[in-house]
Design a protein around this ligand. Structure first.
Ligand code: F6P
Length: 342
């Protein structure tokens, strides 16, 4: 068979490990040919690709980013974009496409499936917000990086008796914030799923600091929102792909905390550091298993499905279910986090 592979959306540690595993089993086990389409779905719109062999991918397992590039291009938003994708598929004799991406890329993948393209999805995102799978690859790496940063913030916060606000990624959900917050012993965690009351946050921080010399760490997911009307919040703006523009909640929270409590407060925005660099061992293994699962799914003809992790097993689930809703943090996890709030 001739298999196309693409990586779409934001990059993520483990992308190369997925590609490597797909190519390994495709070439060595099934005798397939693999084409790596450049920059997500844009590569199929523009007929841009390169053949990928086991030899080409040597040394890529621990490498962050993606060797075939990525973009947020959605062919359905381009004039004639979807037709160009089908032309590319036909011209190059591609039998199936493995699409590695997050919510946006996978929704687009599902749409192509509905129009007759043979596709398999692989759930990627440091945010861990894809439904029907217990983990997306990249999440473990992001949590590890964020936790290490919080550990470092503790010692500087303690030396100055300051409040430190750490802003982490998490556009719609607070998985990174909650996991890194619990692992790093945060005083407070603010997530998109639970609008926060800044007065209550400040009152609890004040109580804690009055009780002694206790520096505090507040972890804020970039998509966290205050309860309406409780603190200044700018109007939402959107990028060309219709995604809400985020950033700045850490600064706004830090300003409000300093203003309302009088305690010196600093902010650290971890940003893309969480997405760059080498994947953890967990993510390398998960990505490898997803890649192997995806090429097997192609050969089993399970088109329109996504590989997923369920009870330690790699399974396939319908893409329709996977993209129906985003997966937020569970009430049990949030309760666990709250036990350690000031
Ligand atoms: O989707 C993953 C993610 O890391 C989000 O948490 C974040 O909002 C977004 O990507 C930022 O991506 P970029 O800066 O590449 O647009």
């Amino acid at each position: 068979m001739k298999i196309g592979v693409l990586t779409g959306g934001g990059d993520c540690p483990g992308l190369n490990a997925v590609i490597r595993a797909v190519v390994r089993k495709a070439e060595r086990h099934y005798g397939d040919e693999v084409l790596g389409f450049h920059n997500g779905w844009r590569g199929l719109v523009e007929n841009q690709f390169e053949p990928l062999t086991v030899e080409d991918l040597r040394g890529t397992l621990p490498r962050g980013g993606t060797v075939i590039g990525t973009s947020r291009t959605n062919p359905f938003l381009l004039e004639g974009g979807a037709d160009l994708v089908f032309e590319t598929i036909e011209k190059n004799g591609v039998d199936a496409v493995i699409s590695i991406g997050g919510e946006g890329t996978l929704s687009c993948t599902l749409e192509f499936h509905k129009r007759g393209l043979n596709v398999i999805g692989v759930p990627k995102t440091i945010d861990n917000d894809i439904a029907c799978t217990e983990r997306t690859f990249g999440f473990d790496t992001a949590v590890t990086i964020a936790t290490e940063a919080i550990d470092r913030l503790h010692t500087t916060a303690e030396s100055h008796d300051r409040i430190m606000v750490a802003e982490v990624m998490g556009r719609h959900v607070g998985h990174i914030a909650t996991w890194a917050g619990i692992a790093g012993g945060a005083t407070r965690i603010l997530v998109p799923e639970e609008p926060f009351d800044i007065d209550e946050v400040c009152a609890s921080l004040t109580r804690r600091h009055k009780a002694g010399r206790f520096a505090s760490i507040v972890v804020v997911a970039e998509g966290a929102k205050p309860v309406a009307g409780t603190m200044p919040q700018p109007e939402d703006t959107f990028d060309e792909f219709g995604h809400i523009r985020l950033g700045g909640i850490g600064d706004r929270v830090a300003n409000e905390i300093e203003k309302r409590t009088g305690y010196e407060t600093r902010v650290t925005v971890l940003g893309h550091v969480q997405r760059g660099g080498t994947p953890t061992a967990f993510d390398r293994v998960l990505s490898t298993r997803y890649g192997l699962g995806a090429i097997d799914a192609v050969h089993n003809g399970e088109y329109g499905s996504m590989v997923a992790l369920r009870s330690e097993e790699i399974i396939t689930v319908p893409l329709t279910d996977a993209v129906a809703d985003l997966k937020g943090i569970t009430p049990e996890l949030w309760e666990a986090a709250k036990q350690f709030f000031a």
